[in-house]
Design a protein around this ligand. Structure first.
Ligand SMILES: [Zn+2]
Ligand SMILES: [Zn+2]
Length: 298
């Protein structure tokens, strides 16, 4: 904590080390600073932020496994509670008119009798899927922000809550790298709120190592166009792809004894199927022309 205070407001220790390396204060200092920074970074975790249950399996899993293979501790954050009353309605409908033959429930039938307003059953079952996915991926720590998804209500308040939580994590784990959803591309309010929080912290120099994943690429774009504009395309090796597919399958598993009801598949089947088939992930840096705020119509 001592060096955090010494760094002064808004300027992280890493920034100061970088500034020191650039300034003409002698090569010895620069090398020492760089070495220390590298050692700190090697132990610091890579923290992945999944806006909802299922986003990590769709668009972060390959990168999670890449960081693990490189020896980095990997922490996985679930940002929102993922409330979704529509899913409760679907799971109460009896014969599955939603997925039909693709539904993994016995005889494609489910009448769960869940509350259809502010359904806590949906939140609990979605979290069970998330934990199963995180277990498949072998992350070192699961962190549940447990934030009510206010992206469609008090958007700015929701962003503030995310900022506060991410700031706390960065203080707790100095030198961490932070991986978010590319909300300006994903075009969904919860994802945009996450990237707004990251962009604010990055612009204020509170966090320095930030990347964004285009999680909706698998559904929005034809396969040939998915990588267009990406700063980096991760080609997921077959061994990691096998594990990513296990994480995806956590969202299409019917096992009431584990509170698993294929909710992910009833929610975003197209995303999950396309990500299952595409061994790539699409990584972005923060655009220079980044625009804050909720995207109109989304
Ligand atoms: Zn999402
Ligand atoms: Zn169904």
């Amino acid at each position: 904590m001592g060096f955090e205070v010494a760094a002064g407001p808004g300027l992280s220790r890493r920034r100061i080390l970088t500034a020191g390396a650039v300034a003409a204060t002698g090569m010895a200092l620069a090398l020492e600073g760089g070495g220390r920074q590298a050692r700190a970074a090697s132990k610091a975790p890579a923290i992945f932020y999944s806006p909802h249950q299922d986003d990590e399996a769709i668009g972060l899993a390959g990168s999670i496994l890449e960081h693990k293979a490189a020896g980095r501790p990997v922490y996985l954050v679930l940002v929102s509670r993922g409330e979704n009353d529509k899913l409760a309605e679907i799971m109460n409908m009896g014969d599955c008119k939603w997925l039909g033959e693709k539904c993994s429930a016995p005889k494609h039938y489910h009448k769960l009798g869940w509350a259809e307003k502010k359904s806590q059953e949906v939140v609990a079952a979605r979290k069970a899927e998330f934990r199963a996915s995180a277990k498949a991926l072998g992350v070192d720590k699961v962190i549940d922000f447990d934030l009510p998804d206010d992206a469609f209500g008090d958007y700015d308040g929701f962003v503030k809550k995310i900022v506060k939580k991410v700031r706390e994590l960065d203080k707790k784990y100095p030198g961490a790298s932070h991986k978010f959803s590319a909300g300006w591309l994903d075009l969904t309010a919860t994802h945009k709120a996450c990237s707004d929080a990251a962009a604010q912290l990055f612009n204020d120099r509170e966090i320095t190592d930030v990347r964004f994943h285009h999680i909706y690429a698998y559904q929005q774009r034809a396969e040939a166009d998915r990588a267009k504009g990406a700063s980096y395309v991760l080609n997921i090796p077959p061994k990691h792809m096998e594990i990513k597919r296990k994480a995806i399958l956590a969202y299409n598993t019917w096992d009431p004894s584990r509170n698993l009801y294929s909710l992910g598949y009833h929610s975003v089947s197209e995303w999950l199927e396309n990500a299952y088939a595409d061994p790539r992930e699409f990584v972005y840096t923060l655009p220079d022309d980044y625009v804050f705020g909720r995207i109109p119509g989304h």
